[in-house]
Ligand binder design. Structure first.
Ligand code: AP5
Ligand code: MG
Length: 216
């Protein structure tokens, strides 16, 4: 049966890093609500005005809007064989919506938690840089690009530092995760659909366990 793979984890845990590998190797589309909101934020629209302060301060985007974006994206043809969700759901209302969506679309759901201790998260977030062209994720401490501040594959592109990747906002985002999103782990655990992976190792070791979990 086709699957929705829900990658879960605190901010900076490595959801995006693992989701990009899954997309490449399992040929399933990666849907990151954070990436979608950051792209929408760059447009000259009233929606961008609404999103900018929320994303900059690391506050959650309202459920209604988030749910609409996910419903529209997952209705596209490339999602028929299943897809990877990265950063969704984050609230009980979003998780409830996803239960209905999975049933409607005929997909099973499996949640994979990338588990990382809190003292590691801050460096992962404050050190992160992204390529504005291909979205490749770097880290000045753990995965530096070959040349300072430019993407290995797009040397013309200066890497971007996310506005919410400063120490204060990073702490707030972790608190939001604890309050609003952690309860969803219990929900998936009690329904037998949660797999936990130790996310405090190198990327490929984590990936091997993520892929095993996905195929379990
Ligand atoms: P979002 O973009 O989802 O941010 P997040 O959850 O805070 O997660 P991150 O993207 O920060 O971390 P990640 O787990 O993807 O880690 P990554 O792989 O990059 O959301 C941003 C905002 O959008 C939210 O605050 C909210 O405003 C809004 N939003 C999004 N979804 C929403 C929703 N559903 N509802 C409401 N609002 C929503 O890795 C992090 C760093 O660590 C990188 O530098 C990477 O190179 C490095 N790294 C990764 N793995 C390893 C490793 N194994 N070892 C060493 N370094 C590693
Ligand atoms: Mg991410």
């Amino acid at each position: 049966m086709s699957k929705i793979i829900v990658l879960m984890g605190a901010p900076g845990a490595g959801k995006g890093t693992q989701a990009r590998l899954l997309q490449e190797r399992l040929r399933l589309p990666q849907i990151s609500t954070g990436d979608m909101f950051r792209a929408l934020m760059k447009t000259e629209t009233p929606l961008a005005e609404e999103l900018r302060p929320l994303l900059t301060l690391g506050r959650l985007v309202p459920d209604e809007l988030t749910i609409r974006v996910v419903r529209e994206r997952t209705a596209q043809a490339d999602c028929r064989g299943g897809y990877i969700l990265d950063g969704f759901p984050r609230t009980t209302a979003q998780a409830e919506m996803l239960e209905g969506l999975a049933a409607e679309q005929g997909h099973a759901l499996l949640a994979v938690l990338v588990d990382v201790p809190y003292d590691v998260l801050e460096k992962r977030m404050t050190g992160r840089r992204n390529c504005p062209v291909c979205g490749e994720i770097y880290n000045v401490y753990f995965k530096p690009p070959a040349h300072d501040e430019v993407c290995d594959l797009h040397p013309e592109a200066k890497l971007v530092h996310r506005a919410d990747d400063n120490a204060d906002t990073a702490r707030d985002r972790v608190e939001t995760f604890e309050r609003d999103t952690r309860p969803l782990l219990d929900f998936y655990e009690t329904t037998g659909r949660l797999r936990r992976v130790d996310g405090n190792r190198d990327v490929e070791a984590i990936y091997a366990d993520v892929e095993k979990a996905v195929n379990s």
